[in-house]
Write a new protein. Structure first.
Length: 460
């Protein structure tokens, strides 16, 4: 009986303890909705502003006990122009670590992060303390995990995201691994520590580059190394616009953005690439080996500062808006516009610098037609240059010099003054057809013999 009574008392005490614990949990859960730390906001803002050397604004701070004790901070902005915005930050500490010299934060979860280019520059600067002035000290606070949800990076005319990110840190506060995934799943980036840097692995499908030129990749893989200052992609492979591209690239974001690299492009559809690069309307399969570099304060300005140089070949295509054969045979003084020129092969060498394209060693071959010369495309899309068209007429081949004018959207070909004069004399002496062709050829010879002079475009 004594044993039974003892068991009964123990059961009652256990029941009372459980009821008491349940009451404590219930009270904690209820109080967590009412415990506001907003009175500390001015002090927190001032401390952060002093450390970051930037104005900081916080809307609210609240403590919650369940399911794990954590603090939620809402509506954080950093910078005079709100270059860093965080919709909500949830911080979960390890309560037992509060008794130790090093406090542990189990996780920081950030919802609705928005960064501008200036915000990225500020974060990069904060991540590079001066080792001479700030000697390494034992960690007072150790963070284990960071999670971003619905994050965006906003450039002047483009936005990367929304994307999610996860970062795990080791006991020394160093990166253990990290991942970035766009919400649509089209782009994935994995980062792991390497011997002296971080290793990055990028995969993408049906993904659009967020800054100009906004290339659309059917498939993309890239591998390389990353530091706090730059990324060196030693292996780059992509499928896009019906062709392939492979090569390497280096990206640096210290004091602005720098990009350089080399590519091997094969059998890429030229029509979309030409329109994207303001090269006019031309179709065919493009092969090239470009070497490129660019440097700008922000990502959206990289295209304007791009320098690119490459030999190129375009096979089985069409030059739209221009008919070289008609321009070389009709010799209309006011110029010839419209039509199209089909070709089996178009080759040359192009240099893009400061928005200007210089196309040299330009050669086009198509049956009875052949042409060669140099063409320039100004940043305003205006065309200039000269080509020599080889056409066949009445069993003979004639070289006809033609000036290039107009714009990439409305190109214009017109004969040189010497060609027109020679054609007119030949027509009078030998009649149309043969006389015109011989005269045009003689006119071209005369210009080559006595030197070419810059001619005004028709109508000027």
């Amino acid at each position: 009986m004594v044993l039974a009574r003892t068991r009964g008392n123990a059961a009652k005490w256990l029941k009372r303890i459980l009821i008491a614990l349940a009451g404590v949990v219930a009270i904690a859960a209820a109080l967590s909705f009412f415990i506001s730390l907003d009175d500390y906001i001015p002090q927190i803002e001032a401390e952060l502003a002093d450390r970051l050397k930037e104005p900081v604004s916080i809307k609210g701070v609240r403590f919650t006990a369940l399911p794990l004790p954590h603090v939620t901070i809402t509506a954080i902005t950093v910078g005079k122009a709100d270059d860093i915005q965080l919709g909500k930050v949830r911080m979960t500490p390890d309560l037992f670590s509060l008794l130790n010299s090093t406090r542990v934060i189990r996780s920081i979860e950030i919802d609705s992060l928005l960064l501008t280019q200036k915000g990225i520059d500020r974060i990069a600067a904060w991540a590079r303390p001066d080792a001479a002035q700030l000697p390494r000290q034992p960690l007072q606070v150790r963070l284990e995990r960071i999670r971003l949800k619905d994050a965006r990076i906003r450039f002047a005319k483009a936005t990367f995201g929304p994307f999610d990110a996860r970062v795990s840190l080791d006991s020394n506060g160093e990166l253990a691994d990290a991942s970035i995934t766009t919400e649509d799943g089209r782009l994935k980036v994995l980062v792991k520590p390497g011997p002296s840097n971080y290793l990055v692995d990028v995969t993408a499908k049906s993904w659009t580059l967020p800054v100009p030129p906004m290339l659309v990749f059917d498939e993309l893989t890239a591998k390389g190394a990353v530091t706090l200052n730059d990324a060196n992609l030693s292996e780059f492979r992509a499928k896009l616009y019906g062709g392939t591209a492979s090569g390497r690239a280096n990206i640096s974001w210290q004091r602005g953005l720098r990009l350089s690299g080399t590519l091997d492009v094969s059998q890429m559809e030229m029509q979309k690439i030409a329109a994207m690069l303001s090269l006019g309307h031309v179709s065919g399969k493009l092969s090239a080996r470009p070497v490129f570099s660019t440097s700008a304060p922000t990502a959206d300005q990289l295209m304007n500062a791009l320098r690119l140089e490459t030999p190129f070949t375009v096979q089985n295509g069409v030059l739209y808006g221009i008919d070289i054969q008609t321009a070389a045979t009709n010799l209309i003084k006011q110029g010839t516009a419209g039509g199209e020129t089909r070709f089996e092969e178009l080759t040359g060498h192009v240099v893009l610098e400061r928005g200007t394209y210089r196309v040299t060693q330009f050669k086009i071959a198509s049956g009875a037609l052949a042409a060669a010369g140099d063409v320039n495309i100004a940043p305003t899309k205006e065309l200039s240059g000269r080509i020599n068209a080889q056409v066949k007429a009445l069993g003979m081949s004639t070289g006809v010099p033609l000036n290039v004018a107009g714009t990439v959207d409305a190109p214009l070909l017109y004969p040189t003054a010497g060609t027109v004069a020679g054609a007119a004399v030949g027509t009078l002496m030998l009649g149309p057809g043969l006389g015109t062709s011989v005269g045009a050829k003689i006119g071209g010879w005369a210009e080559d013999l006595f030197g070419k002079q810059e001619e005004k475009k028709p109508g000027r």
